[in-house]
Design a protein around this ligand. Structure first.
Ligand code: UT7
Length: 325
């Protein structure tokens, strides 16, 4: 009998500080940088985002998301035998945020590691967990996306700072004889490193380069709409399914226009697309599990639904996971 990896619980966490577009407009105006609610809504669909307080790290948001996911799955933290955290904003240079999270969960012994694939991180992490569960290397995994992108933002650059937010989402993934994750599809093309990056590093006790986010938005946009269609079709083909089988598309939440374009190409009505970008902004690796958890708790996504999760981001990386929920 085939051994599947099945999502059995979801959880998420948003820091309490919520900034509307009006708040961002005021924050930027204090630096003589002009933006407006009208521009942000029209070009991105974003109306608000959440930012962490000083002293709060990705592992803190991850912990709350994991506790909610464990409770939803009815699984004790002590039964977890794998933790993968997708993040580009780790608590420290090392050790991994997954190790810090493991300690905060009060468990020890199981393998833990971070995955760095920027906004595709959760899709990558779920793909790795799926493989490890199918091979028997793990039976009960926590797969997490957790980010504090507010720490990377240049508030003098209106083309990027209005887009991102902080948050975390987590799923419990368990071995099962029932599907499960039906297929996965991940890719990268490193020649596009420069179009979305934080070009800084630590050396000799100093930060060298520039530790703030840089993005060529139009280049990312163009690449994103192409690869998201490709990976969606690839993962459907691997699972022997078609667009008509998709109950919910849960895409990376970067820009409503990218989501509309993907939906159009897959001939899906926007009623079948989970949208949280309006309230969360772009939370990078956290956006897909955050959107999934919100849709589950809102009663939209139900047991037995077929879900298409898909991400795209820095690297350039992209990929999709087809799930029988
Ligand atoms: O998470 C990883 C994936 N990331 C993405 O998917 C992001 C992909 N890119 C995008 O979502 C869009 O390219 C952006 C939202 C970043 C930008 O939207 P756009 O429609 O591509 O705008 P643009 O860069 O072409 O800029 C249009 C105008 C420019 O003014 P001019 O040169 O036409 O006078 C910008 O200076 O909008 C201006 N602009 C702004 N105006 C007010 C750029 N940012 C702002 C702003 N407020 N915040």
């Amino acid at each position: 009998m085939r051994r599947y990896a099945r999502i059995t619980g979801t959880g998420s966490c948003l820091p309490p500080r919520r900034l509307t577009n009006a708040d961002m407009t005021a924050l930027l105006a204090a630096r003589d940088v002009e933006t407006s609610d009208e521009w942000i809504v029209a070009r991105t669909g974003i109306r608000a985002r959440h930012f962490v307080a000083d002293g709060v790290f990705a592992s803190d948001l991850a912990l709350q998301a994991c506790q909610a996911a464990l409770e939803a799955a009815g699984v004790a933290a002590s039964d977890i035998d794998l933790i993968i955290v997708a993040t580009s904003t780790p608590d420290m240079v090392f050790p991994s945020t997954a190790a810090i999270l493991q300690n905060k969960l009060g468990i020890a012994g199981c393998p833990v590691f971070d995955v760095q694939a920027v906004c595709s991180g959760f899709v990558y992490a779920l793909t790795v967990a799926d493989s490890m569960i199918q091979t028997g290397a793990a039976s009960k995994a926590l797969v997490v996306g957790a980010e504090v992108f507010s720490r990377l933002l240049d508030f003098n650059d209106r083309t990027t700072c209005v887009l991102f937010g902080d948050g975390a989402g987590a799923v419990v993934v368990e071995a099962s004889d029932q599907p499960g994750i039906l297929a996965t599809d991940i890719h990268a093309d490193g020649k596009h490193v420069g179009i979305l990056c934080v070009p800084g590093h630590v050396s000799g006790g100093q930060i060298l380069g520039d530790p703030l986010l840089k993005m060529d938005g139009q280049a990312v946009f163009k690449l994103a709409v192409g690869v998201l269609e490709e990976t969606a079709r690839a993962v459907l083909a691997k699972a022997g399914k078609t667009e008509a089988d998709i109950d919910w598309l849960i895409p990376h939440q970067a820009n409503i226009r990218i989501m509309q374009s993907t939906a159009r190409k897959l001939k899906l009505s926007m009623d079948k697309v989970v949208v949280t970008v309006d309230e969360h902004g772009n939370t990078s690796a956290a956006s897909i599990p955050l959107a999934l958890d919100h849709a589950v708790r809102a009663g939209q996504v139900k047991k037995g639904d077929t879900l298409m999760l898909e991400g795209v981001g820095g690297g350039f990386t992209w990929g999709a996971v087809l799930v029988d929920f």
